[in-house]
Design a protein. Sequence first.
Length: 232
Amino acid sequence: MIIDITRCNYAPGYLPKATQGFFNPFFAAANVAFRREALSETRGFDPNCQTGEDVDISIRVSRAGWELWYEPEAVVNHQDPHTFRQLLRQWFGYGLGHAYVYKKHVGRPRLQVYRPGGKRAEPRPYGARCVLDLPFPFYGVVFLSGYHLFHLALFALVIGAFAHSAVASIVAGIVALAAGLNYASIRFDWRRPFYSLAMLGLRYAGDSAFVSGALLGGIRERALFIEATRTR
């Protein structure tokens, strides 16, 4: 449930408080400063967070009454992974620890379904909209983006083929095609088609690692955790 504030069109200044459900603006630990009093009051970073410790501390600091100030001119150099394997491992690890953070802050067990991709002008980061929120026997959060709908439709297509249902297979195939095109169109530049296709492959691999890590992390936490993709 990542909200990258650098892509939310926030103006410099104080960030909004908790917006909807689990969604809260946060600062990546690679470039953030906290007052000592704020860390003392909230007992600092949670050592049980495998990843998402920056999300966790930002939520706790904000809920304790402190303000989060966004300064876009505060720029740092950060060394990212240099190899494809390292990149996938990093994104897999990001997803792996998010279920713990989700359970920690969402409260009682419930099922929440989110649909990302609204207008940037909406007061929700990335237009994320909760379309279902109800009590549930265990913790569950599901994102329905083009990436997720594409894979769900492919799964339905396989089931329809095994069940020898032509109607189900056709419908699932149409949905898979539409969702796949929606996902592929993100940041696609027809002026540079080969570069865009290469970036699409890289993005797909990274999103798959991220979502797979979150699924495994959810199983460890006894939760259904279908994470949002790292790139919309």
